[in-house]
Design a protein around this ligand. Structure first.
Ligand SMILES: Nc1nc2c(ncn2[C@@H]2O[C@H](COP(=O)(O)OP(=O)(O)OP(=O)(O)O)[C@@H](O)[C@H]2O)c(=O)[nH]1
Length: 811
């Protein structure tokens, strides 16, 4: 419950307590007044009674003397007062609450009519009060003597009304009787009056006491309640103070700027973070309109509506030092009882995020090393120029840059790239656009530039790079640049990628023509077309790698000998297919030559290793029984010093047993990079991987190097196997490789097995494994492949032992 709610509840409670106390006091006082005025009426009634009696005695004395009728009437009138009151008393004594008789009696007793009702209310109540019983008893006794005086009066009246004269002796006797009654009744009347007076005083005192007590109790109660209220208020105030201090400390510690605005948008409070954010002392902020300090529109500051919270977009604030800070602003309306009383504005510093986003956006379109635009950004500039005005596109590729990296290190190469970029920029106009489009490749767009001027610029660029002398440690480094030029005619509409391909092919031509020269693209020259075809392929392969357009296939490697069959599980080779366009997939033969020419094989091999291991992990988890998975590695990859680490990392991260992997390397590539191949084979074999020498027999010096290569399998070149039954030389070659392989402790694999006869011949020969369309064609590497491969192909029957298949030529 909120403090405010609690406080208002307490106040309400106390208000009611006060009203109740006053009401009780009023009630008690009113009851006392009513009671006292009733007592006063009773006392004055008694006084009337006594007075009536006294007058009656006096009148009777007079009548006794005079015998005048008027005196008797006066006597009766005076006596009727005590008699009337006596009637009322009798009615009260009867206890039947005969209010009519009581009223009659009281009226007759000359009580004021206005007092009758109050007498009727209190007398029955007095009648039951023990304390008043002696007083009432005196009244009763008095009333008995009132009857005596009435009777004596009647006797005197009768005697006086007779014709017989009254003697002085009689008169004296009457006076004596009257005096006797008087002397009896008057002390009683005095006693009655005194007792009543005493009772009334006691009652008065008692009521005074009751009033005082009530007032005292109520005052104590109220005092206690006030004390409690004070204690609560002190507690609430100290809690409020603690809360205020906590809020202040919290606000001061907040990294977000917090401002409180009044309804006029003036700043009433600002925490220190605001001062830090705006680089302005708090004193200069307070009391000022927020619009003067912050670049916000009045509309934005409109109260967002009761209980609403509004998040605004990011604003950049310029500070005193002319630097800027990005803030996200949120405004919350302050309401009290649904009335807008200002707002709270929070400024959240998002400069870091914004700068980070700016940096990311910059990185997306720029090259980090040189700060130049990247290829994607350059293509946009190119698109703006194409078909609109005369321009020229230059593709620049540094000459023998690899050598600089290899000889002086990558850092030296980076330095050259940076300095070349500065040098090139100096030779260009402000309106020209330059980008880094590859490792050592730059593209330049010469806007609004005629071909001859473009050629002059190209020459300037070539010369500036050629003459550039980069100091690297103690070395002077030089490089050159080959430049391909495409003149962009505004009448032609070519897409940017095509133009870049054309410029690239012109650059290739310049390289092939001896480097450090300029070649203009000529669409009618076939050489350019071939270059361009290659460039298209390079681009296609790069995109396919980035967009995962390659697919993995698998072909069963079938065991033929007991040794091969001894391996429990499926043995297969992973094959790569490219599915980048609708239709049939492309086999590696179609793209590997280009990939090799343009150094893409290592990337492709990595893609294959990574994705094969991913799939193996999945299928092994699903229960596939795999003994050997063969993966091809290109010759270029054998020289890639980082590939070993890449394979090791993937094996570990996917958790696939290295024993299940066999890497196939071609004989020729292994021989070409003998040292690196041997060290990689040794390293991976230590992990548990196996190796297979692919296309064995195709090289000239196959057997010479075989001893040096620690491989597990020899994969006989398919060209020998394919027609071995028709060509005795090939048959012999297969036989020899198989024999020598076995002698050297390696297992043999025959690929391109296309029919049953070849299969049987290989089996008879003792080849360990066979692979080819006859056994199983390459299929998608998926769950169905493992289901299929776990059963022997239906066409294969058990091999006939010691029989030479028909049609095997003998040499
Ligand atoms: N230092 C450095 N080298 C890079 C960078 N990006 C790519 N390279 C290397 O640049 C070299 C480019 O070589 P290529 O253009 O293919 O060949 P080249 O040696 O220049 O030979 P030609 O172009 O035929 O004259 C490759 O070895 C890349 O590894 C980079 O940012 N910094």
């Amino acid at each position: 419950m909120s403090n405010r709610l609690l406080t208002s509840k307490h106040y309400k409670w106390r208000r009611w307590l006060f009203i109740s106390a006053v009401a009780v006091q009023l009630l008690v006082a009113s009851a006392s007044i009513v009671l006292m005025s009733s007592v006063r009426v009773v006392v004055s009634g008694e006084s009337l009674w006594s007075k009536g009696l006294y007058v009656a005695f006096s009148n009777l004395h007079q009548y006794a003397d005079s015998g005048a009728a008027q005196d008797y009437i006066s006597f009766q009138e005076a006596l009727s007062i005590p008699l009337g009151v006596g009637k009322a008393r009798e009615a009260l004594d009867a206890g039947q609450q005969d209010t009519h008789a009581m009223r009659e009696g009281l009226l007759q007793g000359e009580n004021h009519p206005a007092d009758i009702d109050s007498l009727l209310r209190v007398l029955p109540w007095f009648w039951n009060m023990k304390i008043l019983q002696p007083t009432i008893a005196l009244w009763r006794q008095g009333d008995a003597h009132v009857q005596s005086i009435r009777e004596l009066g009647e006797q005197i009246f009768i005697r006086r009304s007779s014709d017989k004269p009254v003697s002085p002796r009689e008169i004296a006797a009457w006076h004596q009787q009257i005096a006797a009654i008087d002397s009896t009744v008057m002390p009683l009347a005095k006693q009655f009056s005194a007792s009543l007076g005493e009772n009334s005083r006691s009652l008065g005192n008692m009521l005074l006491l009751v009033n005082l007590l009530t007032a005292l109790v109520l005052s104590i109660l109220y005092w206690l309640s006030v004390q409690r209220a004070i204690a609560e208020s002190i507690k609430a105030n100290s809690e409020l103070e603690v809360e205020r201090l906590r809020s202040n400390v919290t606000l001061a510690a907040l990294g977000d700027g917090v401002l409180t605005l009044d309804t006029q948008q003036r700043i009433r409070y600002a925490n220190p973070a605001v001062s830090r954010l705006l680089d302005m002392p708090l004193g200069r902020l307070l009391g000022r309109s927020v619009i003067e300090v912050l670049p916000f529109s009045a509309e934005m500051l409109q109260p967002p509506g009761i209980h609403q919270h509004r998040d605004e977009s990011v604003h950049w604030l310029t500070r005193a030092e002319q630097d800027s800070v990005a803030v996200r602003v949120s405004i919350t309306s302050l309401e009290q009882d649904d009335v807008h009383s200002g707002s709270v504005m929070v400024l959240h510093d998002v400069s870091q995020e914004q700068n980070y986003m700016r940096m990311l956006a910059w990185q997306q379109s720029h090259d980090l090393l040189t700060g130049l635009d990247n290829r994607a950004a350059f293509e946009k500039y190119l698109l703006q120029a194409v078909g609109k005005y005369q321009a020229s596109l230059l593709h620049l590729n540094l000459d023998h840059f690899k050598m600089i990296n290899a000889s002086y290190g990558h850092a030296a190469g980076d330095e050259i790239l940076r300095q070349v970029c500065q040098q090139l920029r100096l030779a260009l106009r402000e309106s020209d656009v330059m980008a880094r489009v590859g490792g050592d490749e730059f593209a330049v767009l010469l806007n609004h530039c005629q071909p001859h001027a473009a050629m002059q610029t190209a020459e300037r660029l070539r010369k500036s790079v050629h003459e550039l002398n980069v100091q690297w440690r103690q070395h002077n480094l030089h490089t050159g640049v080959s430049i391909g030029v495409v003149h962009i005619d505004p009448s032609q509409n070519n897409d940017p990628q095509n133009l870049l391909g054309m410029a690239d092919s012109a650059c290739k031509h310049a390289k092939d023509s001896g480097r450090n020269r300029i070649t203009v693209y000529n669409p009618y020259n076939r050489v350019f077309q071939r270059y361009q075809g290659d460039m298209d392929w390079v681009q296609r392969l790069r995109t396919s790698l980035e967009e995962d357009k390659f697919t993995l296939y698998a072909q069963t490697v079938y065991p033929l000998t007991p040794q091969g069959k001894g391996m429990d599980g499926i043995h297969f080779e992973v094959l790569l297919r490219l599915f980048d366009k609708p239709g049939q997939p492309l086999s590696p033969a179609e793209f590997i030559p280009v990939a090799e020419r343009y150094d893409l094989m290592t990337l492709i091999d990595r893609w294959v290793v990574r994705n094969t291991l991913k799939l193996l992990k999945m299928h092994l988890a699903q229960g596939a029984n795999i003994s050997t998975c063969s993966i091809n590695l290109s010759g270029t990859s054998l020289g890639d010093s980082e590939l070993l680490e890449f394979i090791r990392h993937n094996i570990l991260s996917q958790g696939v047993a290295a024993e299940k992997l066999c890497f196939e390397i071609t004989e020729t590539s292994a021989i070409a990079s003998m040292d690196s191949a041997t060290s990689m084979i040794n390293e991976l074999r230590q992990l548990g991987c196996r190796f297979s020498l692919d296309d064995f027999g195709s090289g000239m010096a196959s057997f010479k190097y075989l001893q040096q290569l620690p491989v597990d399998y020899l994969k006989i070149d398919g060209s020998f196997v394919r027609d071995m039954l028709k060509n005795p030389n090939n048959f012999a070659m297969v036989e020899v490789i198989n024999h020598i392989g076995h002698v050297m402790g390696k297992q043999t694999v025959a690929e391109f097995v296309g029919d049953q006869a070849t299969f049987e011949a290989l089996q008879a020969m003792g080849i360990d494994y066979a692979q080819g369309y006859y056994i199983a064609p390459p299929v998608l590497l998926d769950a169905a492949f493992f289901t299929q491969a776990s059963r022997p192909p239906p066409q294969l029957r058990p091999a006939r032992k010691n029989s030479t298949p028909a049609g095997i030529p003998r040499t």
